[in-house]
Design a protein around this ligand. Structure first.
Ligand code: C5P
Length: 237
């Protein structure tokens, strides 16, 4: 099997209130995105990486000029308006420029998730045979009690049954052809697409949930950086 990695990294990260997009913030001696890329570096099953980058992104230029050189083939595609647009651009790049075939696998991983562990990556790669047409994603079961608010209000309408509810993480995995068609169709039809699985679901597919490690957090708010630093520092503990 051919397996490619796509990293959407064209977000601005407004909720971080930082001076630069969150994927470029310093974390344990490197930037967040360098940690995200390092999860895949040197993995024998992976053909390469396509990173979706905002046009003229000065932070990416700085990285490629320094630390990323010598890391092997890291391709770039243009970022889009939303995360799904960025992912679709990267898939188009795989097809149109790199001539990757539709039956190749693609792993989509957020640039803002620096704490992915190899064991989780292996667990996801291992289910390829079980999800040939539907795809799969890392996820963790919901632990807190979930409340549904009344529309436009902070009053509780009801408690949702958390049994069977999962947090969707990344990487999310699917065949290149299946995912590209699903994303393009869902976007053209105006669906709200916040991850790859939601595009596959929109196409009527049922992606497979693969239980992952809860430390694979997405950097969203300032406190997440401290948490990620802790996880990376005590990884072996
Ligand atoms: O903002 P959020 O945390 O949902 O972003 C998830 C990932 O998608 C981040 O790595 C971000 O850089 C990326 N993204 C993107 N293009 C956008 C918006 C977000 O590649 N237009």
């Amino acid at each position: 099997d051919v397996v490619w990695v796509v990293i959407p990294a064209a977000g601005v990260g407004a909720r971080m209130q930082a001076d630069r997009p969150k994927q470029y913030l310093p974390l344990a001696g490197r930037s967040v995105i360098e940690h995200a890329l390092a999860c895949f570096t040197g993995h024998p099953s992976l053909a390469g990486v396509v990173v979706a980058i905002t046009d003229g992104d000065p932070y990416w230029a700085e990285l490629t000029a320094t630390s990323l050189s010598g890391q092997g083939a890291v391709h770039t595609a243009p970022g889009g308006r939303e995360r799904a647009d960025s992912v679709l651009n990267a898939l188009d790049y795989l097809v149109d420029t790199l001539q990757v075939t539709a039956d190749a696998w693609v792993l989509v991983h957020d640039a803002a998730r620096p704490c992915l562990q190899r064991a989780d990556l292996e667990r996801l790669l291992a289910v390829r045979e079980q999800c040939v047409d539907a795809g799969a994603l890392l996820a963790v079961p919901v632990r807190d009690t979930m409340k549904r608010a009344q529309p436009h209000s902070l009053r509780v309408a009801r408690t949702e049954d958390r049994d069977g509810l999962w947090h969707a993480l990344t990487p999310q995995m699917a065949r290149l052809g299946v995912l590209r068609t699903a994303l393009a169709t869902a976007l053209a039809q105006g669906a709200t697409i916040t991850d790859e699985a939601s595009a596959l679901e929109w196409a009527g597919l049922q992606p497979l949930l693969v239980e992952g490690d809860a430390r694979n957090i997405k950097i969203t708010r300032p406190a997440d950086l401290a948490l990620a630093e802790f996880f990376l520092t005590f990884r072996s503990a």
